[in-house]
Design a protein around this ligand. Structure first.
Ligand code: FAD
Ligand code: DHB
Length: 394
């Protein structure tokens, strides 16, 4: 069996794994990234699209944001629409910060191209199949590439392999506590060759269910509709999607052109946290440790925040032999993660239709929306969470 060595073995070339690899390289720490999918699959996968200012700043500091600054769409506000009217929340006026629309697959393209240009490896179609010695100072990752099984020996393993990955399950039963919440709905998401109907995002509360209007470029719209949790995309022919969007967007929908639908999928909704985010020499980051329902646009941004902390802790270890930041990694991340969970749960609860909802609860939802869009204090609370809470000093 052939074997390789790296200071840090990273499982997963998603945003968490690749940002971590770049952060470590900047400080002279070498890593190997294993990714079970092909490069093409990773850069074509359509997912998140909204970057907090802190995530953009992180990419800028790493010299990875030239295309992001050219192509990203900077937003200074968003709209909440309910009872047939849209209400703007001026994010930048309230917080001094902006958010940027730039597809996760574009982020992936930039991170992969920069790593390969620097001559560093990402092993695509290399599936991690076993972790050994995570309780020791010499952990290793067994992985399969083609017909061959190989071993990557390292000092630390970063489990950045997403919600369905193998790193979290490699931690002995009983060492982790899971916090979980499922929602009685999902989203149908489409990408359509339709010019955006508005410069800013529109989050819609409607008796027929939630809708979200967002975009990827001046030619491409991204649209989401609340559907049932086990819905099949086959139940959503284009005509039904356009009709539902028109109904839910109301007079905002008048400008929506029915363009060619280039992507269509159902996204499940779940809140999940595994704690602690570390076991011995294995550190979990991003979706491997926690997922949020997408309403608050926090998934990718939390993944970036985790690896910022992990990279800092590893740099302190290699430079000064300090282990205290590694020991505090999980606590530092979880403070932000739980605030992201709270915000995502709150946005989700306020904006979706719950089928068994008593009319009382629906009136409370509408009162909350009225309050959030009418009170500067409440708007500021939404805005500072949405643009991204400040990073903790570490
Ligand atoms: P991932 O991006 O999942 O990356 C993990 C990587 O690990 C993957 O490339 C996977 O192929 C690889 N991997 C898994 N197992 C192995 C293995 N055994 N060996 C090697 N590699 C492995 N967030 C939002 O904010 N807004 C949205 O609209 C939104 N939509 C989403 C839609 C979908 C369908 C999904 C699944 C997620 C969505 N998210 C959204 C969440 C957001 O995309 C994630 O939070 C983000 O991708 C997390 O990054 P990550 O690097 O932690 O994990
Ligand atoms: C996008 C997705 C979200 O879930 C969100 O809250 C904002 C934007 C997007 O895909 O652009």
């Amino acid at each position: 069996m052939s074997s390789m060595r790296a200071q840090v073995g990273i499982v997963g070339a998603g945003p968490a794994g690749l940002l971590l690899a770049h952060l470590l390289r900047r400080d002279g720490i070498e890593s190997v990234v294993l990714e079970n999918r092909s490069r093409r699959y990773v850069v074509e996968r359509v997912r998140a699209g909204l970057l907090e200012q802190g995530t953009v700043d992180l990419m800028t500091d790493l010299g990875l944001a030239a295309r992001l600054h050219r192509k990203g769409l900077v937003h200074e506000g968003l709209s909440l629409r309910f009872s047939g009217r849209s209400h703007r929340i001026p994010l930048t006026e309230l917080t001094g910060k902006v958010v940027t629309i730039y597809g996760q697959n574009e982020v992936m393209k930039d991170l992969i191209a920069a790593r390969l240009a620097a001559g560093d490896d990402i092993l695509f179609e290399a599936e991690a199949v076993g972790l050994e010695g995570i309780d020791t100072t010499k952990p290793s990752i067994r992985f399969r590439q083609g017909d061959e099984e190989k071993v990557l020996a390292c000092d630390f393993i970063a489990g950045c392999d997403g919600f369905h990955g193998m790193c979290r399950p490699a931690i002995p039963a009983g060492a982790l506590t899971f916090y979980d919440r499922e929602y009685p709905f999902a989203w149908v998401g489409i990408l359509s060759e339709s010019p955006p109907i508005s410069h800013e995002l529109i989050y819609v509360h409607h008796a027929r269910g939630f809708a979200l209007f967002t975009m990827r470029s001046p030619q491409l719209s991204r649209l989401y509709l609340q559907c049932t949790p086990d819905d099949d995309i086959k139940n959503w022919p284009d005509a039904r999607i356009w009709e539902e969007l028109q109904l839910r967007l109301g007079d905002e929908g008048g400008r929506l052109a029915e363009g060619k639908v280039t992507q269509k999928a159902v996204t499940p909704m779940r809140s999940f946290v595994a704690a602690p985010m570390r076991h011995g020499r294995l550190f979990l980051a991003g979706d491997a440790a926690h997922i949020v329902p997408p309403t608050g646009a926090k998934g990718l941004n939390l993944a970036a925040a985790d690896v910022r902390v992990l990279a800092r802790a590893l740099v302190e270890y290699y430079r000064h032999g300090r282990e205290d930041l590694l020991d505090r990694y999980s606590d530092i991340c979880l403070r932000r993660v739980w605030k992201g969970q709270r915000f995502s749960w709150w946005m989700t609860s306020m904006l979706h239709r719950f089928d068994d909802q008593p009319e009382f609860d629906r009136q409370v939802q509408l009162a909350e929306l009225d309050y959030v869009t009418g009170s500067r204090a409440a708007m500021t609370s939404l805005a500072e969470n949405y643009v991204g809470l400040p990073f903790e000093d570490i």
